[in-house]
Design a protein around this ligand. Structure first.
Ligand code: HEC
Length: 163
């Protein structure tokens, strides 16, 4: 083996090692299994609370519609949806306890492509919902809110254990 080739392989190994270290760092930065489940449950609960506020003001009691409050709620949903939630679905997180036992189905690990597509829909819907809230047209907000809800539901039907 020429010295050059050996040097080349050593360099490649170094890059590989650096990459592995970087990836393991990202894994660690998403936290332990319990931390990932805890943050996941918190994030979805907070989105749920904010969708309830929007639903109340635009569907159940439109007479209570408050533009600023609806904008604020859509901003929270937007921020959470765009925060990279799928990083909280590490190996082994279908078992364990965060604030309570996780409801993630083991199926998730076979359905990651479908979940990615749904998550992308959630992100898009959160952007459009926020824009519609800023416009303040109830009919448009309702339509976008429906799209957001559909993304939530398709993910729950696919990978969340029923109550
Ligand atoms: C990518 C898939 C996915 C999407 C999209 C999604 N969820 Fe969930 N949701 C889950 C999973 C998985 C859990 C169970 C988390 C756990 O227990 O580890 C969950 C749990 C929840 C919970 C219960 C949290 C708790 O622990 O009490 C609420 C509320 C919730 N989701 C609301 C929403 C809302 C509202 C949306 C849309 C704005 C949404 N979810 C979108 C997958 C998703």
């Amino acid at each position: 083996m020429s010295i050059n080739l050996a040097f080349g392989i050593t360099m490649q190994l170094k890059y590989l090692l650096a990459l592995i270290l970087m990836l393991s760092f990202f894994k660690v930065s998403a936290g332990t299994v319990e931390d990932q489940i805890k943050i996941r449950q918190s994030a979805y609960s907070l989105m749920g609370w904010n969708t309830t506020k929007i639903k109340s003001q635009i569907i159940d009691h439109p007479e209570t519609y408050n533009k600023d409050q609806v904008i604020a709620a859509t901003e929270v949903i937007f921020a959470i949806a765009n925060s990279g939630l799928l990083d909280l679905y590490g190996a082994g997180t279908h078992q364990g306890t965060g604030w309570k036992s996780t409801r993630l189905k083991l199926d998730y690990f076979q359905k990651q492509e479908e979940v990615k597509e749904i998550d992308a829909r959630l992100v898009k819907a959160s952007i459009e919902l926020k824009a519609s809230a800023n416009l303040g047209d109830l009919a448009v907000i309702k339509e976008q809110f429906g799209k957001l809800g559909a993304a939530c539901k398709s993910c729950h039907d696919l990978i969340r254990i029923r109550d």
